[in-house]
Ligand binder design. Structure first.
Ligand code: GCO
Length: 487
């Protein structure tokens, strides 16, 4: 039976009911992350994070930019919240910068940091926009990295302390708090491919980081529960992958199983089922002995969550790492670690490689295939039927052009979003409990190793002046929200 609520009247100005209507309680939002938008890196007692260090290390960021100013959201927060209200957003997903709250990662709490997020939350609530806060969107306090970062088990305890501080200070006004955003990126891009901070290239370190991130999620979830009101919800956001084998050969199919293990099951299984996938443990014994997994960790990681956030952009295609592919890789990929044109190492393993896919592509060279989002949601729902899901990120970068009159006709972004909204609708119609959707991103921002060169926003940001301009996609999204569906 379809769970789509057809009783809700369409609020669209034309009075014509949308063709694809979403359930009445479905939430429409946009997402951002602290380091990508805030700037003000040295203000009001904020400590340094690994991203401050990384971006100031020449050669790490493709266009040489950094997040020192970014969208200057720290100073423009009221204006940005007004913009959200103008779009009719039901919710706003943002992240809290750990180094603003606990500047050195342990010990003293910085009141001014809490005050900033407190003002943000109040501004949102005043406008009827529900805050969804993430505790960790990659900005680890640098002193914790100096002590080993996520390879150090103790970082998980520091995270739980930080979670308790935020839960205690803001938990009465934030209905849902997310522990981590995309631990896969923190572990594998941070410690294996090294294209993200802290820029380490060591597969064994990445696997230790996976475990300590999972542990930190579990300890953090428990710490939050102890502080939150009974109605407070705790969630985790994962960037789950739809992994396809390059060919039907047994070797490529096994590579797809293996990568599915590293991209999805190494997080989903311990968090939701209380154990690591045996096949993944076995696959990687030549890299690590997994001795960092201690008695009691499985139960801690398995702390209940109320909601799973799913970030999804594009499918993944992999092949077994044959000598021929490895040779091709060393010619093409190693010289350009962000290239997606040729076969590339799959972060964290020497058993599989990522291979190119056909277009259409976004400006990230990510294949556009909305139906794979339906496929992913159906899979998670099949394996965890009682778990509510939320699309916490989906969106696309394109090379936007600002016309002389200031207009930005980003029709390809509208097409991308429309296709993915329809894919979510399709999953809901097939019985998946999807509670809402957050466009990545509210505004153009600092796209990590790509710097300011890739624009994901539905709002354009002129980085020189800080000026915000609605792209066509923002106006289109406003109408989707008003109609609560697609026409
Ligand atoms: C991620 C992060 C975002 C990115 C977005 C586009 O998924 O990598 O959560 O911070 O900016 O995904 O790459």
């Amino acid at each position: 039976m379809s769970s789509i609520d057809t009783a809700r009247p369409a609020a669209h100005a034309t009075g014509v009911p949308p063709r694809l209507r979403f359930p009445g309680s479905f939430v429409w939002g946009t997402a951002t992350a602290a380091y990508q938008i805030e700037g003000a890196v040295d203000e009001d007692g904020r400590g340094r994070s690994i991203w401050d260090t990384f971006t100031h290390d020449p050669g790490r960021v493709i266009d040489g930019t950094d997040g020192d100013v970014a969208c200057d959201h720290y100073h423009r927060m009221p204006e940005d919240v007004a913009l959200m209200a103008q779009l009719g957003l039901g919710s706003y997903r943002f992240s809290i910068a750990w180094p603003r709250i606990v500047p050195t990662g342990s010990g003293a709490v910085n009141r001014a940091g809490i005050d900033f997020y407190s003002r943000l939350v109040d501004a949102l609530l005043e406008r009827g926009i529900e805050p969804l806060a993430t505790l960790y969107h990659w900005d680890l306090p640098q002193p914790l990295q100096d002590a080993g970062g996520w390879t150090n088990r103790d970082t998980a305890n520091r995270f739980a302390e930080y979670a308790a501080v935020v839960g205690g200070a803001l938990g009465d006004r934030i209905p849902t708090i997310t522990t981590f955003n995309e631990p896969w990126c923190s572990a594998f891009l941070g410690y294996s491919s090294g294209v993200h901070a802290p820029g380490i290239t060591d597969n064994a370190a990445a696997l230790a980081a996976v475990h300590h991130l999972n542990l930190a999620h579990g300890l953090g979830a428990a710490a939050l529960r102890a502080e939150l009101p009974a109605t407070g919800k705790v969630s985790l956001t994962l960037n789950l992958a739809v992994v396809r084998a390059a060919t039907e050969s047994p070797a490529d199919r096994d590579a797809a199983r293996h990568v599915d293990g590293l991209a999805n099951r190494i997080f989903l299984d311990p968090v939701l089922n209380g154990h690591y996938p045996e096949d993944v443990l076995d696959d990687l014994r030549h890299i690590t002995d997994w001795a960092f997994i201690r008695d009691g960790d499985a139960a801690a990681i398995n702390a209940p969550i109320d909601l799973l956030g799913v970030n999804y952009y594009s499918p993944t295609r992999v092949a077994a790492a044959t000598p021929a592919l490895q040779a091709e890789m060393s010619g093409r990929w190693v010289n350009d670690p962000m290239s997606t044109d040729g076969p590339s190492p799959f972060p964290g393993t020497d058993l599989a490689v990522s291979v190119p896919q056909d277009g259409p592509y976004t400006a990230m060279h990510w294949r556009i295939e909305p139906g794979t989002l339906t496929e992913l949601l159906l899979r998670v729902h099949r394996e965890h039927p009682d778990l509510p899901l939320m699309i916490t990120e989906n969106g696309a970068a394109f090379d936007d052009v600002v016309e002389d009159d200031g207009a930005i006709h980003d029709s390809r972004r509208i097409d991308y979003l429309q296709g993915h909204f329809a894919a979510v609708h399709d999953a809901i119609a097939q019985g998946v409990d999807v509670r809402g959707y957050y466009v990545w991103s509210l505004m153009d921002n600092f796209e990590w190793a790509w710097g300011l060169s890739k624009r994901f926003g539905i709002v354009h940001v002129d980085y020189a002046s800080g000026q915000r301009r609605l792209k066509d996609s923002a106006v289109w999204y406003r109408d989707v929200i008003a109609a609560h569906g697609l026409n």
